[in-house]
Design a protein around this ligand. Structure first.
Ligand SMILES: NC(=O)c1ccc[n+]([C@@H]2O[C@H](COP(=O)([O-])OP(=O)(O)OC[C@H]3O[C@@H](n4cnc5c(N)ncnc54)[C@H](O)[C@@H]3O)[C@@H](O)[C@H]2O)c1
Ligand SMILES: [Zn+2]
Length: 375
C-alpha cells in the first residue's frame, strides 16, 4: 500500500468483451494519438469537449492525433451542468453526422463528467451505438464518472434521468491536465476518492490520512496513486455488478443525502456535487453512529479528514438555504435509487466497512435530519 512508485500499468475494467484499460499518468495527452489509434477503424475521429478545455488543452490533443495522421473534428459545448440537456445532445449528434462519423467510428470525450456523460450518451445513441474513448480532465471524472459506463443527460425533473449504460473502449486519465483545474474542483473530486477508502479499503484511508495534502496540492506520484486506487475500487465494483443490481449501490455512500442537498440548493455551482457528497458522507457516518453500527469516534475521524481537505461536513451552515427535515426527507425519496418508496441507504460498521440497508425508517431519518439542521 505504501509503495507509490507509479510503474506504468493500466487498470483493467474486467467486463469480458466489453472490458477496457484505464491508463493513469502524466503526459498521456501528448501520447493520445498512439494510444487511441489502435481503436480507430480509420484515421478519423471527433472530439467532444467544453469551452474551458478548448482554451487550455485541446490543441495538445489535436496535435497528438495529427501526429498519427488522424483527422479530427472538435465539437465544443458550453462549460457547465446545463449542457447535459436534450438541446446540446441534439446539437452534438447533428455535428457528429456533419463530421462524417459513421457506425464503426469511435469518438473522444475530452472533459469533466458533464462532457463524459453527454458524449457517452451521444455515442450510445448515434447510429444505434458507436465506440467512445474517455479522456477525463477533472479529478471527479478521473476517479468516478469516466469509469463504469453510466452516461446520460438531465431533465427538469432531475439529474441523469435519461441515459444508457455504454462502456468506453479506453480511458486516459492524464494527471498533468489537472494542474489547470480550480482547487475547489480538486477538493470536490477528492470527496469521491475518500468515498472508495471508506467503502472497503481502510489501509487506503490510513494512507490518505498521511498523504491528503500531497494528493490535493500536487500532480505528483501521490495524486496518481490515489487516482489508481480509486479506479481499482471502481473497476472491481463495476466488474462485479455492471448494471447496479447489488454491490454497485455501495458507490452511493454519501449520495442519498448528497443528492437531496444538491436538489435543494440547485445545480448552479453554489454546492458542487463532491461537496454535497462530503456532507452526505459525514451524515452517513453520523447516522451509523447514532444507530449503533459504528462508534462516534470513527464518524468524527472521517469528518475531521474531510474538513482538513477543505470540504464541508455539516448542514447547519446551509440551513437557511435548505427546506426543513420533512422537505429534505421528501427530496431523499426522489432519488433514483428508491425502489417502491423504500430508501436504500449506505451505512457503515466502521471505516472501510460500508453496507446497504433498507431498514432505516422515515421517523428515524426525520429525527436525525432535524438534529443536524439545528444542532
Ligand atoms: N457517469 C457517472 O458515473 C458519473 C459519476 C459521477 C458524476 N457524474 C456526472 O459528472 C458531472 C460532474 O462532473 P465534473 O465534476 O467533472 O464537472 P464538469 O464536467 O462540469 O467540470 C467542472 C468544471 O471544470 C472545468 N474543467 C474540466 N477540466 C478542466 C481542466 N483540466 N482545467 C480547467 N478546467 C477544467 C469544466 O469546464 C467545468 O467548468 C455531473 O453531471 C454528474 O452527474 C457522472
Ligand atoms: Zn458522486
Amino acid at each position: 500500500m505504501t509503495n507509490i512508485a507509479s510503474e506504468y500499468k493500466p487498470v483493467r475494467v474486467d467486463l469480458g468483451n466489453r472490458g477496457y484499460d484505464i491508463h493513469i499518468g502524466p503526459d498521456l495527452i501528448e501520447g493520445a494519438g498512439g494510444l487511441i489509434g489502435p481503436y480507430l477503424r480509420r484515421p478519423k475521429t471527433a472530439i467532444v469537449t467544453d469551452s474551458n478545455l478548448a482554451d487550455h488543452h485541446l490543441s495538445r490533443l489535436t496535435a497528438s492525433l495529427a501526429d498519427r495522421n488522424i483527422t479530427v473534428s472538435a465539437i465544443i459545448l458550453p462549460a457547465g451542468e446545463a449542457s447535459k440537456s436534450f438541446t446540446e445532445l441534439g446539437r452534438v449528434c447533428e455535428a457528429l453526422i456533419d463530421a462524417g462519423i459513421e457506425r464503426r467510428d469511435t469518438i473522444i470525450a475530452f472533459g469533466g463528467g458533464v462532457v463524459g456523460d453527454l458524449a457517452g450518451f451521444a455515442a450510445a445513441s448515434i447510429h444505434r451505438g458507436i465506440g467512445f474513448v474517455q479522456i477525463p480532465t477533472t479529478l471527479l471524472a478521473q476517479v468516478d464518472s469516466s469509469v463504469g459506463g453510466k452516461t446520460g443527460i438531465n431533465l427538469s425533473h432531475g439529474k441523469n434521468l435519461v441515459g444508457a449504460f455504454h462502456q468506453p473502449s479506453l480511458v486516459l486519465a492524464d494527471t498533468g491536465v489537472l494542474d489547470s483545474l480550480p482547487d475547489r474542483e480538486i477538493r470536490a473530486g477528492y470527496a469521491e476518492v475518500v468515498k472508495y477508502a471508506l467503502i472497503d479499503n481502510r489501509p487506503f484511508f490510513d494512507w490518505l490520512e498521511t498523504n491528503a495534502t500531497a494528493v490535493l496540492e500536487r500532480s505528483g506520484a501521490e495524486r496518481a496513486y490515489a487516482i489508481r486506487q480509486s479506479c481499482l475500487s471502481k473497476a472491481a465494483i463495476v466488474a462485479a455488478d455492471e448494471r447496479e443490481n447489488g454491490a454497485r449501490a455501495l458507490l452511493n455512500l454519501g449520495h442519498t443525502f448528497g443528492h437531496a442537498l444538491e436538489a435543494a440548493i440547485g445545480y448552479t455551482g453554489e454546492l458542487l456535487h463532491g461537496e454535497a457528497v462530503s456532507i452526505g458522507t459525514a451524515l452517513a457516518f453520523d447516522l451509523s453512529a447514532r444507530l449503533g453500527f459504528t462508534s462516534q469516534a470513527q464518524a468524527d475521524l472521517v469528518s475531521a479528514h474531510l474538513a482538513r481537505a477543505g470540504l464541508p461536513t455539516g448542514i447547519s451552515s446551509l440551513s437557511n438555504r435548505l427546506p426543513n427535515a420533512n422537505g429534505l426527507l421528501r427530496l431523499m425519496g426522489k432519488d433514483k435509487k428508491v425502489v417502491g418508496g423504500t430508501k436504500t441507504l449506505v451505512l457503515v460498521r466502521g471505516i472501510g466497512e460500508a453496507f446497504l440497508t433498507c431498514d432505516v425508517n422515515d421517523k428515524v431519518l426525520l429525527d436525525f435530519l432535524a438534529v443536524k439542521l439545528n444542532p
